[in-house]
Design a protein around this ligand. Sequence first.
Ligand SMILES: NC(=O)C1=CN([C@@H]2O[C@H](COP(=O)(O)OP(=O)(O)OC[C@H]3O[C@@H](n4cnc5c(N)ncnc54)[C@H](O)[C@@H]3O)[C@@H](O)[C@H]2O)C=CC1
Ligand SMILES: CC(=O)C(=O)O
Ligand SMILES: [Mg+2]
Length: 370
Amino acid sequence: MLIGCPKEIKPQEFRVGLTPHAAREAVAHGHEVVVERGAGVGSGFADADYVAAGARVVDGAEEVFATAELIVKVKEPQAAERRRLREGQVLFTYLHLAPDPEQARDLMESGATCIAYETVTDARGGLPLLAPMSEVAGRLAPQVGAWTLQKANGGRGVLLGGIPGVRPARVVIVGGGVVGTAAARVAVGMGANVTVLDRSLARLSYLDDIFMGRLTTQYSSGGALAELLPTADLVIGAVLIPGAQAPKLVRRADLGTMLPGAAIVDVAIDQGGCFETSRATTHEDPIYEVDGVLHYCVANMPGAVARTSTLGLGNATLPFLLALADKGWSGALAADPHLRGGLNVHAGRIAHRAVAEALGLPLAEVALAA
Ligand SMILES: NC(=O)C1=CN([C@@H]2O[C@H](COP(=O)(O)OP(=O)(O)OC[C@H]3O[C@@H](n4cnc5c(N)ncnc54)[C@H](O)[C@@H]3O)[C@@H](O)[C@H]2O)C=CC1
Ligand SMILES: CC(=O)C(=O)O
Ligand SMILES: [Mg+2]
């Protein structure tokens, strides 16, 4: 099969969908690999690394999209990329369609088969292709939150860890999954006073065990948030209902109860965000203020540490990429119900239940190879 990897074109996105090591494995499996010139540079991979791995480097995205049967990327296809997708082609990347009807419409019109990293599942109920980037974004969240809290950025001038004689900042993390746990690890490490909220008691119990008293867990409810928001310095949004729009847990009116200059980092922004006042921002212009509260809502946080992120994402995607190339999309999905969970769009229709519900569109039943 011909696998194509274009250079990412989302602003300030330096990751790449295929590492030279992954390209080498695909070639060893008998596939042809085409990579756009410069695609890996932002992650520290030279074109020569891909050539040494047996890939062909071509000028421009046009040839990649025109020739590849399977396109591997990182971010959701931008409008210019969507225009290049065609019937019969397979797209393997993050999509986050629930809050993005325009993208959903374009992908349906393209006729391509679109498999989203973020809805591929695993046997333990996890999301193995979201997890590595959630590890990154979670670790980054207290770091960017600390920066946002600095006075020069409009924040309330509080140091996360405090100093001897001055209490540390209060950090509230809403959602204790992969992002929330990674964020807690770093915030606790920085010396902050951390509370994690979740709706899963099993998850709260796990966090209570592993942090051994170094953070507080609390069952997530409107009442719990109403109690915590008035004293929080930093609130991190990390909830997820796979495939669906993030629930709006903090309304605009709630901002009035918060401290002036407090900060929100809404990591869940790629699923629409869990604060009513969240709107996606970019690494170029990451923060804005509403009612005295600063919002950081970058939808591709891992792009900031592209080298680490590309390597982590590549480790997770490789076995699925090889399965898709070796067996064809239909055979690979038929053989693996977890990869089947990634199917979001096929032949002009939405093929994932939660995505279809979020977009108010009918769910297509897709027949797979026997
Ligand atoms: N902005 C960015 O660059 C990135 C964003 N993300 C996003 O971060 C979000 C979280 O991802 P993960 O941690 O991997 O998901 P996860 O599935 O590991 O964790 C989500 C947690 O939210 C909890 N939850 C659900 N409803 C809740 C509620 N009402 N209150 C409190 N907790 C609730 C679940 O029980 C679960 O423990 C996703 O939207 C993901 O796409 C992930 C990576 C990068
Ligand atoms: C998960 C995601 O959307 C990202 O890593 O950008
Ligand atoms: Mg995203």
